[in-house]
Design a protein around this ligand. Structure first.
Ligand SMILES: Nc1ncnc2c1ncn2[C@@H]1O[C@H](COP(=O)(O)OP(=O)(O)OP(=O)(O)O)[C@@H](O)[C@H]1O
Ligand SMILES: [Mg+2]
Length: 356
């Protein structure tokens, strides 16, 4: 058992994890550290490898390559078949839809889980009441689960993952199937757990749900971790907006016009290290000016363009969600990278429900 002083705060460490199903690589060389007390969001479209990764942490699946380290009794330890029962008692899992017995009540099922995970017997009754109340389901504690709505069952599923008061909580799409009000309740519930010092690793394909509460976000795509950073850093990277300029007539020489526009706006966009701040979008038939998203810079760019000789007849800033932009950006970059590697045309994935 190695104790590395530099990783004192790390409670889960995934190191070069790879999972294959026959010839198909579902998770490819994923490495990430989750620190004590943080919420890490694990984002990715359907089939990206989120559940597979979480199942490996739960040892429901065994990786072909790589290691999982979990902090137990204050020591970061390599998860193996021999220590899994003891180490995983420190972790609460909700992976895929929980199947509950319809004739049981939350009190019964949660008491059962708490006991199974070794929670002190004499405290189980009050703990069960406490967690059901945290989720706002006190009135339902003795009702049969068969009478519950899907969302209520999902909430009991989340509660069942934390009833034994684990230090680390791994939740696979806890908000799936919940309406906006219930999703907010779950977000508050998770924030509350964080304030108690718990560490949470939660997957979702709903950007908003994760962006609202996560300290750091990992983006997984085709089994590979393509980004892992704080929400602030990711947002800063995404802080690029685009200005659409419509000209009175299409110039004969588009490249020349690009240079002319670039000369006017380049020092005002607030962006360094951008090679092409002006491009032409042939689909929309507009010139696009990239800027840092700051209204001040937008104003400066507007003013400079208005003063110039250029015959602009329309100007707009299309609204986009920064994080969504970034997510799609990463995914399209990754697609391009893969296409270049495999020499096939790139095909950008469209995420229908990224922002709901
Ligand atoms: N037992 C299995 N046998 C074969 N392939 C599998 C198995 N489990 C998962 N896969 C494949 O691995 C890939 C990753 O699946 P996974 O369930 O981890 O994705 P996910 O990110 O959780 O997606 P979703 O958002 O749909 O839940 C998918 O292509 C899936 O078909
Ligand atoms: Mg999944």
């Amino acid at each position: 058992m190695i104790i590395n002083k530099n990783t004192d705060e790390v409670v889960i460490s995934l190191r070069n994890l790879t999972k294959r199903f026959r010839n198909f690589t579902a998770v490819s060389n994923v490495s990430l550290d989750i620190k004590k007390g943080e919420i890490v969001g694990f984002l990715g479209p359907n089939g990206a490898g989120k559940t597979t990764t979480m199942k490996m942490i739960a040892r429901l699946l065994i990786p072909e390559e790589g290691e999982i380290w979990i902090r137990g009794n204050g020591v970061l330890q390599l998860l193996t078949g021999r220590n899994q029962d003891y180490l995983l008692d420190e972790v609460g899992f909700l992976i895929e839809n929980p199947a509950f017995y319809k004739h049981m009540t939350p009190r019964q099922i949660l008491s059962y889980f708490a006991e199974l995970k070794g929670y002190p017997k004499q405290k189980i009754s009050s703990r069960v009441k406490e967690v059901v109340e945290m989720m706002g389901l006190s009135e339902w504690i003795d009702k049969k689960l068969g009478t519950f709505s899907k969302g209520m069952r999902q909430k009991i599923g989340i509660v069942s993952a934390i009833v034994h008061d684990p230090a680390i909580i791994v939740l696979d799409e806890p908000q799936t199937g919940l309406d906006p009000k219930a999703r907010k309740e779950v977000r508050d519930f998770l924030k509350n757990l964080k304030s108690q010092g718990k560490t949470i690793f939660l997957s979702s394909h709903l950007l908003y749900e994760v962006g609202e509460i996560a300290d750091r976000i990992g983006i997984i795509y085709h089994g590979r971790l393509i980004a892992f950073d704080t929400v602030e850093n990711l947002e800063q990277l995404a802080q690029k907006s685009v200005l659409h300029l419509e000209l009175y007539s299409l110039p004969d020489n588009i490249d020349q016009k690009i240079v002319q526009l670039a000369n006017i706006v380049e020092s005002l966009t607030g962006l360094d290290n951008v090679s092409h701040s002006v491009t032409y979008n042939y689909d929309l038939k507009v010139f696009e000016v990239l800027f840092n998203g700051n209204p001040k810079n937008q104003l400066e760019v507007f003013k400079a363009l208005a003063k110039s000789e250029i015959d602009i007849i329309g100007c707009s800033v299309p609204r986009t969600n920064l994080l969504e932009d970034l997510y799609l950006n990463y995914i399209s970059q990754d697609e391009e990278f893969r296409a270049n590697q495999q020499n096939i045309p790139s095909n950008i994935v469209k995420m229908e429900d990224m922002t709901n």
